[in-house]
Design a protein around this ligand. Structure first.
Ligand code: APR
Length: 235
């Protein structure tokens, strides 16, 4: 099987009912990024940050994966035991919809909404409910919990593993991302000199010229079609 790296962004979860960030009415038009997605914002007003992520955690309970998430889980299954990241799903999303759709090898480079991080002991407990300044860490008891999410100005997670997989891949697919936030926005360029690159998005992004293959439309249509074509080609 050809080695494949898939990068997803907020667009793949849009049809499940979760807002994207930069579309009309998106999250960054509802709340200031500087207030809820930076370490400075957390220092300034932790209660506002707690509230922002508590609302998104609650919202996640009411949505389900869509056909695009399911199609990627189906594609991964075709890779069998999927040795050494031959199939790697890298997501910028902090929701758990890929996992709930059945994807196994998922790397959350911007962290996860359903985990917190303790600033005192470093524990990253799974967390489904609200977190406030009064919530004690389940490991050390300190009231020093924050979302286990990568904020602007912080280092994305699992970058060494991601870069290694991109360096070795035969196919790189970007799905539902505006390609405006680095380092993820640079992955297509890093793959372009050795891999077949594919953009699946509602509309062409600023990176569109970089891709060998493009397909535009709602993810629940273009992703299942892409997976069907790949599986047919492997058969
Ligand atoms: N199907 C496919 N693509 C869609 C759909 C859909 N139904 N709806 C929107 N899109 C596309 C938009 O055209 C856009 O290109 O999804 C993309 C969403 O872009 P952004 O809102 O910028 O989201 P994303 O690229 O994931 O943002 C990257 O920025 O704010 C940070 O940490 C945050 O992980 C996020 C990062």
């Amino acid at each position: 099987m050809e080695r494949i790296v898939i990068l997803t962004g907020a667009g793949i979860s849009r049809e499940s009912g979760l807002d994207t960030f930069r579309d009309e009415g998106g999250i960054w038009s509802q709340v200031r990024l500087e207030d809820v997605c930076t370490p400075e914002g957390f220092m300034r007003n932790p209660e506002m940050v707690d509230d922002f992520y508590n609302r998104r955690r609650l919202e996640l309970k009411n949505v389900t994966p869509n056909a695009a998430h399911s199609a990627l889980a189906e594609l991964e299954k075709a890779y069998g035991e999927n040795r050494d990241d031959a199939f790697l799903l890298v997501t910028q999303n902090i929701d758990d919809l890929h996992e709930r759709a059945g994807s196994g090898n998922v790397v959350h480079m911007h962290g996860e909404l359903l985990h917190l991080r303790c600033l005192a002991c470093g524990a990253t407990p799974k967390w489904e409910g609200p977190c406030t300044r009064e919530t004690p860490c389940p490991e050390c008891g300190e009231k020093t919990l924050r979302p286990n999410v990568v904020w602007f100005g912080e280092m994305p997670l699992h970058m060494e593993r991601i870069m290694q997989a991109i360096g070795l891949c035969d196919i790189f697919v970007a799905i539902g991302t505006s390609a405006t936030v680095y380092p993820a926005a640079g992955f297509a360029e890093q793959a372009a000199d050795h891999a077949h690159t594919v953009e699946l998005n509602l509309v062409p992004t600023g990176n569109a010229e970089l891709f060998d293959e493009v397909s535009y439309g709602p993810a629940t249509q273009v992703v299942p079609r892409f997976v069907r074509d790949r599986l047919a080609a492997q058969a």
